[in-house]
Structures are given as C-alpha cells and as structure tokens.
Design a protein around this ligand. Structure first.
Ligand SMILES: Nc1ncnc2c1ncn2[C@@H]1O[C@H](COP(=O)(O)OP(=O)(O)OP(=O)(O)O)[C@@H](O)[C@H]1O
Length: 272
C-alpha cells in the first residue's frame, strides 16, 4: 500500500449550534479501500462527511490526505483530490443532466473552459456508467430521486478524484440501482468513504466499517468483526441474527420477526 491518498481523520471534534456533535473521531481510510460509516439517525455521519468535503468547519482535530491537512488546500486542489456525493444537494441553476456531470470536470478545466475532446469523452463515459445517458438533455429539476442520485454520482466520477465521499448514496434507489451504484464505487480504483444505512449493503461492499454513535466511534473493523448481534443490539437497539450470506459468505443481518420482538409468542406459550 502506498501512503498517498489514504485519508486520515484524527481527533475530529465538531460543535454546531452550541452542541458538540462529533467527539474526537479518528480512523483511517486506507488507499484503495471502501470504508463504510454506519450508525443510528443523528449519530453524526453526515457531519463527519461534511467535514471531509469541507462543507462545515471543525474546531479540533485533523483530516489529512497524503499527510496534507485538507483545510490548507485551495478549493480547486481539494476538488481534484476528493469527489463528493452529498445528501440532498440543491442545484443552483436549472441545469441539464449533462451539465451536472460536466461540472465534475471544472476542477480540471475551469468553469468557463469549453470541454475538450478528452473531457467530452469522460463526460459521455460517466453518463453511460451511471445509466443516465438517455436523460442527458433533461432538466435536473424534473428528475426522480434515483435519477438525480445517479447524475450526482456521474458528476463525482467525472471529477476523476482519487477519493470518493458519498453520503447515503443508495437513498432513493431501487434494488438494482443500489447494487449498480455500489458496484461502481467498488470498481473505483481509489479510496472511498460511504455513509450507509443498509447494513447488508455495507457488509457486502465495504472492506471496513466504522460504527458511530452519539458522535463517537464505537468500533471499527472488517464487516465480519463489526456486525455482530451484540453490536446491533447495543448500538441500534434491535434484536438480530447475523448469518453468512449464502453466496458471498459476508455477514447478513436479519432482524427478529415482529412476533418475537413483541413477545407475542412468549406470552402465548405462557398462557398455554
Ligand atoms: N447546524 C446544526 N446545528 C445544530 N445541530 C446540528 C446541526 N447539524 C446537525 N446537527 C445535529 O447533529 C447531530 C448529527 O447529525 P447528522 O446529520 O450528522 O447525523 P447522521 O448520523 O447523518 O443522521 P441520519 O442518519 O439521520 O442522516 C444530530 O443530532 C443533528 O440534529
């Protein structure tokens, strides 16, 4: 493993609105790996990712790529290093899908430069990879949630950055598109950091999982070490079975059946 483009987060502490949201968060995203961040609602996943793509400022700690603190990098250089798919991205203008994907080239060409043949080729390829080629002239304002999400991934891929950061990228996507999107992330030869709610997708596509709760890291490690019934109960307050996936052998989470959870069966058996 070469050290370049491994992402390191150390002692990250963030306060927003007078509340401490992240507490000394630290972990490494090794080069070429997909690292998933999981945790209950409000755990701080989006806040953490927003620090990485510098949408919000952190009070203490460091985020470095190749030993360089991200706060010290000019915006354009940051955009050549890190491509982001944030949650609920607003579009400032009425752009077409092609404009959105083409925006991924701005860090390389400048905002007003005409896309050269090389850039045009990348844009066409990215439109095709995220399966929005047929929508290229459509206004972004008219897209469904899933089409929009795929266009944003197209933009991030067109940015051709060694680090991808994605916040809940499978939200709004149907099953086939969830898998296709995570395949694209997996195929990305660089390093990826992904916040994800679906534990089974996390188990299948991530090399490493970081668990956040109340703004702090509870544990991190490979999916088979992290996704245990004990952790799921402790962090997510669910009773669950974890079985090996019949094809991949990766952990697969099955939450307890409603009747078992509610104790109905237990009560009936007491009455009988
Ligand atoms: N600007 C803000 N001011 C005050 N509190 C904030 C602000 N932004 C986020 N928070 C709070 O920080 C906490 C973490 O929010 P965050 O969105 O990072 O969590 P999350 O893990 O991404 O949640 P979810 O799974 O629901 O998307 C929440 O309690 C949220 O209300």
């Amino acid at each position: 493993m070469t050290p370049e483009h491994a992402l390191e987060i150390r002692d990250l502490t963030v306060e927003l609105g007078g509340r401490r949201i992240l507490h000394e968060v630290g972990f490494t995203v090794p080069r070429g790996e997909v690292v998933g961040i999981i945790g209950p609602n409000g755990a701080g996943k989006s806040t953490l990712l927003s620090c990485v793509y510098r949408h919000i400022a952190y009070q203490r700690g460091e985020i470095t790529v190749d030993g360089r603190e991200l706060r010290t990098l000019p915006r354009r250089e940051l955009a050549r290093l890190i491509a982001a798919v944030p949650q609920d991205t607003p579009f400032a203008f009425d752009l077409t899908v092609e404009d959105i994907v083409a925006a991924g080239r701005i860090p390389h060409t400048g905002a007003f430069a005409r896309n050269r043949d090389h850039d045009r080729g990348i844009i066409d390829e990215c439109l095709r990879r995220v399966n929005v080629e047929h929508l290229r002239h459509r206004s972004a304002a008219t897209l469904s949630g899933g089409e929009r999400q795929r266009a944003l991934l197209g933009r991030a891929l067109a940015q051709d950055a060694p680090i991808l950061v994605l916040d809940e990228p499978t939200n709004h996507l149907d099953l086939a598109n969830q898998e296709q999107l995570l395949e694209l992330v997996h195929e990305h030869t660089g390093t990826s950091l992904v916040a994800i709610h679906d534990l089974n997708l996390a188990a299948e596509y991530c090399d490493h999982i970081v668990v956040l709760r109340d703004g702090a890291v509870v544990t991190d490690g490979p999916p088979e070490r992290v996704l245990t019934p004990e952790l799921l109960h402790d962090v997510f307050r669910v009773r669950a079975h974890v079985v090996p996936h019949p094809e991949s052998g990766r952990p697969h989470v099955i939450t307890s059946a409603r009747r078992v959870r509610s104790g109905v069966d237990a009560q009936n058996s007491v009455r009988q």
